[in-house]
Design a protein around this ligand. Structure first.
Ligand SMILES: Nc1nc2c(c(=O)[nH]1)N[C@H]1C(S)=C(S)[C@@H](COP(=O)(O)O)O[C@H]1N2
Ligand SMILES: [Mo]
Length: 518
């Protein structure tokens, strides 16, 4: 029983690692485990309590991958362990897993069917052979199709692993080999293809360039108090999407279509997109799943082609009330067409902070629309822009319980003092960010305990489409205190105190921080 369980586990490890290695041959395609994970996310992701937000952050993905591998290995052990009682169970189990893997792989929008079939066949075949060899029954596979007649084979010596120690050595060796193959697969998969793209494609000079005013990053008494920078460095920019593995799009063959309710549908490639008149816009992008005080928000200088330029060329028909962005991995996000006439920025962006988009942020092109949460607007790995009616189509997150419209709600956040920072009585800098994208912030106020609201200093902004930095100088007295912040937008509206969770349309409420001053 013990021996059979170990054999099952090792066999599952062999099958998984080989499947991962073979599928890694396709640069843009998913791995087998990745495809199963993506299928899982698309089917049930939104129903899991912990994931029931429009986020699949990096941590969730790691957890899901580890979970899937653990379950697969556990199932292998279980199937192996039951082998003596149900002779054909391991075979049936492995073939079912193969069926599931193949289905998930083939239903993935970026799959390479031939490669998937090959990977599954070799993976499951190797797994079954390994299990059979470890169990000392080289013939059990050969006769598996002929029913449970092979009672005698249970006594066969196989490859002579009768003694337990020898068995464990061999099983451990095979397991280590599988681990090495898995690592090799990861290595092959992570091969850099963007360096290539960066060498070939030059970012054109934008007609309009962003000037970040020197007063955008607040400095108190000559020291920048280490708070969130006004422009978020690209490597610190949050990443949220449903893709377990980042889609890798080949810019050489990439095409984007403008379709639906337009007079002249057309398609452009990357070269043509880069040749169009470009603009640069500083825009703060926020995820609807950002909690009050959360960090799923960032500001970048985006460069690309104004969406209106592309739409003008296509000729939008009068009845078209919704713009849907669709990605190469079938994600969709839609927003009202009329928003484009209120002066906000909406770009098909190909660069971020002066460099081509990193693959995790949507290479080669993505949408960025000021004032809208990412889940209704910011489609990465863009493949199609479709004009339709508001009623005709819902984006990816609507059937999963999120609201159809996603304007960003006014928000403010305390970054300083940091959580659980040791404070001394005396002058203390309280600082953070506030945003009301497309509208602008006119004031930020800070409250200590239940005292009066005090006006904070505001940094400058490069545009009303970004957050603003604020700071306030506090004469801290020793004891426990509660700091609160609230913002007021350019229309005089005060940020609501009413607390709401992110689902279904974004969190509200004042951010507060408890501090202890000694
Ligand atoms: N293709 C694709 N684009 C997507 C998503 C996605 O799941 N798939 N998620 C959206 C969401 S919910 C957000 S908040 C933003 C995040 O963009 P970022 O990862 O560049 O920060 O991307 C949007 N674009
Ligand atoms: Mo999001």
């Amino acid at each position: 029983m013990f021996r059979e369980s170990i054999s099952g586990l090792v066999a599952a490890a062999v099958a998984l690692s080989i499947g991962e290695l073979i599928t890694a041959a396709s640069v843009s395609g998913p791995s087998l485990i990745g495809a199963v994970g993506d299928a899982f996310i698309n089917l049930w992701g939104s129903q899991l309590k912990d994931l029931a937000v429009a986020v699949f952050g990096t941590r969730h993905k790691l957890a899901l991958s580890i979970g899937m591998v653990t379950v697969a290995l556990g199932l292998g052990a279980l199937l192996g362990g039951l082998r003596q009682r149900y002779r054909h169970l391991p075979m049936i189990g492995f073939l079912s897993a193969a069926g599931l893997g193949l289905w998930a792989y083939l239903s993935h929008p970026l799959s390479n069917p031939g490669l998937g079939l090959l990977a599954i066949t070799v993976a499951v075949g190797s797994g079954l052979i390994v299990m059979s060899l470890l169990n000392g029954q080289p013939r059990s596979i050969a006769v598996a199709g002929q029913g449970a007649t092979g009672q005698d084979s249970a006594q066969m010596p196989g490859i002579g692993l009768a003694d337990r120690r020898k068995f464990l050595q061999v099983a451990g060796g095979v397991l280590t080999g599988a681990g090495a193959v898995a690592l090799l697969g990861l290595q092959v998969r992570s091969r850099e293809f963007l360096t290539e793209a960066n060498r070939i494609w030059r970012i054109p000079r934008a007609q309009r360039q962003v000037i970040v005013p020197s007063g955008a990053s607040v400095a108190v008494d000559g020291i920048t108090p280490g708070i969130t920078p006004y422009i978020t460095p690209t490597e610190d920019f949050f990443r949220i999407d449903t893709a377990l593995r980042i889609p890798r799009v080949d810019a050489d063959t990439w095409r984007m279509r403008i379709t639906g309710m337009v007079d002249q549908p057309f398609e452009i490639d990357f070269e043509e997109l880069l040749s169009m008149d470009a603009t640069e816009e500083p825009i703060t992008l926020q995820c609807v799943s950002n909690e009050v005080g959360g960090d799923l928000v960032g500001t970048a200088i985006w460069q690309g082609v104004p969406l209106t330029d592309l739409l003008e060329r296509a000729g939008v028909q009068p009845g078209a009330t919704q713009i849907i962005g669709e990605s190469v991995d079938d994600f969709t996000a839609g927003f009202p067409t009329e928003l484009l006439s209120d002066g906000r920025s909406a770009l098909v962006a190909y660069a971020m902070n002066g460099e081509l988009l990193p693959i995790q942020h949507g290479f080669p092109a993505r949408l960025v629309v000021s004032g809208l949460y990412g889940y209704v607007s910011a489609t990465k790995w863009l493949r199609e822009i479709r004009l339709t009616t508001w009623e005709a189509e819902d984006g990816y997150w609507m059937p999963r319980g999120w609201s159809k419209e996603g304007p960003v709600k006014m928000a403010s956040r305390i970054d300083l003092p940091r959580r659980s920072e040791q404070l001394q009585a005396g002058t203390t800098v309280v600082a953070g960010i506030a945003l009301a994208p497309s509208i602008g912030i006119s004031a930020v106020e800070v409250q200590v305990d239940d005292g009066p609201w005090k006006a904070a200093h505001l940094g400058e902004v490069a545009s009303e489409q970004t957050w603003v930095q604020w700071w306030w100088s506090w004469e801290a007295t020793s004891g426990d205190h509660l700091l609160r912040v609230r913002a007021i937008d350019a229309n005089g509206l005060v940020q609501t105190a009413e607390s709401a969770s992110p689902a279904p349309s974004g969190a509200t409420g004042w951010h507060q921080r408890r501090v202890r001053v000694s």
